[in-house]
Design a protein around this ligand. Structure first.
Ligand SMILES: [Zn+2]
Length: 339
């Protein structure tokens, strides 16, 4: 951690909390859409932690998590290391209450982040990389599922030896249901923000809170507790990690199974709660038509759990209507492996 941290137009010296912007993109009328950033530089040596929320514009709980952590809980005079807070990672999505950038329908976390002369969302990703992601030692990327009955979880990819140990420590500290991915990043995988961080050896944990369109409990408390726990475990602040509580947790190691999709269109109702054990073949939802006739019983493909019912949400659509078209995402399923 250097004596002075520069992020965008912010310069934070030791013991300071500063705010400002990372220069973003320019619209047709020359209005600049920049990325607000908070930078807290501690008084002692330690890692630089990046907290980013709202890569997807309709997932706003992390904005409040970052506010509480950086404006209420942390004090730069007792911090070891530094914290960079980006409340809204994709301002083009957020400004129109959309999941993706309204200009090109792209995801700032999935496009190339190495293209200073790229398309609009690629330039936002590049700005995020150069000014923030490339300066971090630990990254927490906060997302949310839409429905409040979803299961709060975290996803980590343990396939990379350079980041595995730190990621597992971060996950244990954050303390919610862990979904493990084990997919090495191939040589030709695109240089997204996440892939570039992993190649650099920087662990990125993805935290998925719930009720993403609102600022509500338990998401904010869980997020704040989880972030502070990571900071305690990495010795950025004093104290023991505080156990998570007040919401369901599936312990141990869990793996993503895949998406359960609709084979018919219509309205849908659910019978199983996210986080509740479901046997293979059990009916977890049913789809009915506008006349009221049941036209599909949706069965669990494997013994395991559901973490959320995105309810027809897919990239580029806002979802959140309790209705599905054929092929829509009904449920994200996962299996319990051990522990
Ligand atoms: Zn998201």
């Amino acid at each position: 951690m250097p004596n002075v941290i520069d992020v965008g137009d912010v310069t934070a010296r030791r013991g300071e909390l500063k705010k400002g912007v990372i220069k973003g993109i320019e619209l047709v009328n020359n209005v600049s859409i920049d990325i607000p950033v908070l930078v807290m530089n501690g008084v002692e040596e330690g890692p630089t932690l990046l907290l980013m929320s709202t890569q997807h514009g309709t997932e706003i709980q992390g904005i409040e998590v970052i506010r509480r952590v950086m404006r209420e809980r942390l004090n730069p005079k007792s911090l070891r290391g530094a914290v960079i807070g980006i409340p809204v990672g994709n301002p083009l999505a957020f400004m129109h209450h959309q999941y993706l950038s309204w200009i090109d329908n792209l995801d700032v976390g999935r496009v190339r982040a190495d293209m200073p002369r790229g398309n609009t969302t690629e330039r936002l990703a590049y700005a995020l990389w150069v000014e923030a992601w490339s300066k971090a030692d630990l990254i927490v990327n906060i997302h949310c599922n839409t429905r409040p009955d979803s299961l709060i979880y975290q996803a980590i990819n343990i396939a990379n030896s350079k980041t595995r140990e730190k990621l597992e420590r971060m996950a244990e500290a954050f303390g919610v249901t862990t979904i493990v991915y084990d997919t090495p990043i191939s040589e030709d995988a695109p240089p997204t923000l996440g892939n570039m961080a992993v190649r650099k050896g920087v662990p990125v944990i993805l935290g998925e809170l719930i009720d993403g369109r609102w600022i509500s409990e338990p998401s904010t408390s869980v997020g704040v507790r989880g972030v502070l726990n990571i900071m305690r475990v990495f010795d950025m602040i004093k104290g023991e990690a505080e156990p998570q509580r007040g919401f369901p947790i599936v312990p141990g190691v869990n793996r993503s199974y895949g998406i359960v999709r609709a084979n018919r269109g219509g309205l849908i109702r659910f019978f199983k709660k996210p986080g509740e054990l479901i046997m293979q073949g059990e009916v977890l939802a049913e789809i009915y038509d506008l006349y009221g006739d049941i036209i599909e019983e949706v069965k669990m493909p494997v013994e395991g759990y559901v973490w959320a019912y995105p309810c027809g949400q897919s990239l580029g659509t806002s979802g959140s209507l309790q209705a599905v078209q054929i092929g829509a995402n009904i449920a994200y399923a996962f299996t319990h492996e051990k522990g």
